[in-house]
Write a protein that binds this ligand. Structure first.
Ligand code: SF4
Length: 103
């Protein structure tokens, strides 16, 4: 009885600390650089207003990562992960040609 309770407690602590660790890893994920090859291929800019409008005619003012369906953070998060850039974070005010307006 005592033993199983202890095992349960130890297991719970383990799970809680690995959750804390993964949250930490998320916060520390590097930010996408505009020089990143994927960023160049997708025309990613940290500042959506700097998008090359001649090259990306689909860009419209007001579009940014913060209102894109791929942005994996809250609308108020300055940076959040995006599946186009695995393991990295994009800027809320950024933009790339895979932009898809959040429904
Ligand atoms: S897919 Fe959306 S969230 Fe990701 S970089 Fe492009 S515009 Fe930003």
């Amino acid at each position: 009885m005592k033993n199983s309770r202890r095992t349960f407690l130890i297991t719970s602590i383990g799970v809680a600390s690995s959750l804390a660790l993964s949250r930490q890893a998320f916060a520390d994920a590097p930010k996408v650089a505009e020089s990143d090859p994927t960023a160049q291929a997708l025309g990613y800019k940290e500042d959506a207003t700097k998008v090359d409008k001649a090259k990306y005619a689909k860009y419209a003012a007001g579009q940014d990562c913060g209102n894109c369906s791929f942005f994996q953070g809250k609308p108020t998060d300055a940076y959040a992960p995006c599946p186009m850039f695995a393991g990295k974070q994009v800027a809320n005010k950024g933009w790339c040609s895979a932009y898809n307006k959040k429904a």
